[in-house]
Design a protein around this ligand. Structure first.
Ligand code: 5MM
Length: 337
């Protein structure tokens, strides 16, 4: 078993998943604005360190993805944020892309940037305590999108990123996110997601990436946000499993879904169904941003000094996700706090 494979398994074993707290300052400001908290360095740190020192970090969160600002911050006790995360047995991750920019050649679509100077940045992040990384490619769905150009350019960037990350002895999370925006059916999401994932693995293999030392972070197969054709949680699970079984090579140890705009309960229910029906060898867990933090953020915004109250709300959500990652969640557990 390679070192990278061990790290990937450490992050995702026993129902543990990932807390995606890597919102860029612009995104974090939007989140804080939505609950009427001023977005400054201290408030961003206070919310995040509240979550990272919660009890559930030990049992439920195998890794936390940070943004550049956070990995350099210290808590009020003088501990660095990676030290705080490691103290609960969880691993520190870092978002290393520099964002999705307009794709020249198909201007409604995006290409994720950040390859220039990445080798040097990775060395610094390793020294700061990171042991895994994240890069997100985003894809639109419509009749003509994602274009072949976007599918191939984003897969190429993801693969070059992953190869550099493994060279720096960290585990790359490969995140190709097919967005929920639109009125497409789940079938269309299935087809487009399959095409995107297939291309990613073609490029990853071409770049000699050791797949056993990677984690895939995909979207679930869902109808578009504005689609009239909703499907059941069982169908979401079946389509998602089918898509991943057909397109992800068996060496990949684990899959950690993004929540992508689903509510906390939807993201938990769907993950639970996926695990109940899981007929693959992959670990199926979570790497949620909004679906882990929404309720905690709302609670915290009412009194930003109520640390233990906020942690209780976060601990509940993290516990529910961990149960779902083992197919052991049920709706009635939501009320037993
Ligand atoms: C935490 O949000 C990340 C987005 O950051 P920026 O847009 O600020 O760069 C995002 O990549 C996130 O990690 C994933 O999309 C998962 O988050 P959700 O909320 O979809 O589970």
């Amino acid at each position: 078993m390679s070192e990278l494979n061990k790290i990937a398994l450490q992050i995702l074993s026993n129902g543990k998943g990932i807390l995606a707290a890597d919102e860029s300052t612009a995104t974090m400001t939007k989140r804080l604005d939505s609950v009427k908290v001023h977005s400054d360095e201290n408030n961003r740190l206070l919310f995040r360190q509240t979550l990272f020192s919660s009890l559930s970090m030990k049992e439920c969160i195998g890794g936390v993805i940070l943004y550049d600002e956070t990995i350099r911050q210290k808590t009020s006790n003088g501990k660095t944020i990676p030290e705080l995360i490691n103290s609960s047995g969880s691993l520190t991750g870092i978002k290393v892309d520099t964002g999705a920019k307009t794709l020249a050649g198909s201007k409604e679509e995006k290409i994720t940037e950040g390859l220039d100077g990445l080798r040097e940045r990775l060395k610094e992040y390793y020294k700061l305590g990171a042991r895994f990384t994240k890069w997100r490619g985003v894809y639109l769905i419509s009749d003509k999108y994602p274009s072949k150009l976007s599918v191939s350019a984003n897969a190429h960037a993801l693969a070059r990123y992953a190869a550099l990350v493994q060279e720096a002895e960290m585990v790359p999370i490969i995140e190709p996110e097919v967005l929920m925006d639109g009125d497409h059916s789940a079938k269309v999401c299935y087809e487009k997601t399959s095409e995107v994932i297939k291309k990613c693995y073609e490029e990853l293999q071409l770049n000699n990436v050791d797949l056993s030392g990677t984690i895939l972070k995909p979207n679930m197969i869902l109808p578009g946000e504005n689609s009239k054709n909703k499907i059941s949680n069982e169908e979401v699970a079946e389509l998602t499993l089918e898509c991943l079984k057909n397109n992800v090579p068996s060496e990949v140890p684990g899959i950690a879904f993004l929540s992508g705009g689903q509510t906390e309960i939807e993201a938990t229910t769907n993950l639970n169904q996926i695990n109940k029906k899981n007929n693959t060898k992959f670990i199926m867990s979570f790497s949620y941003g909004r679906a882990l933090q929404q309720s905690a953020l709302k609670f915290w915004s009412k009194d930003i000094n109520d640390i233990s109250g906020t942690q209780e709300v976060f601990d509940h959500r993290a516990k529910m996700c961990t149960l779902a990652a083992q197919g052991k969640w049920s709706e009635n557990l939501e009320n037993k706090k």
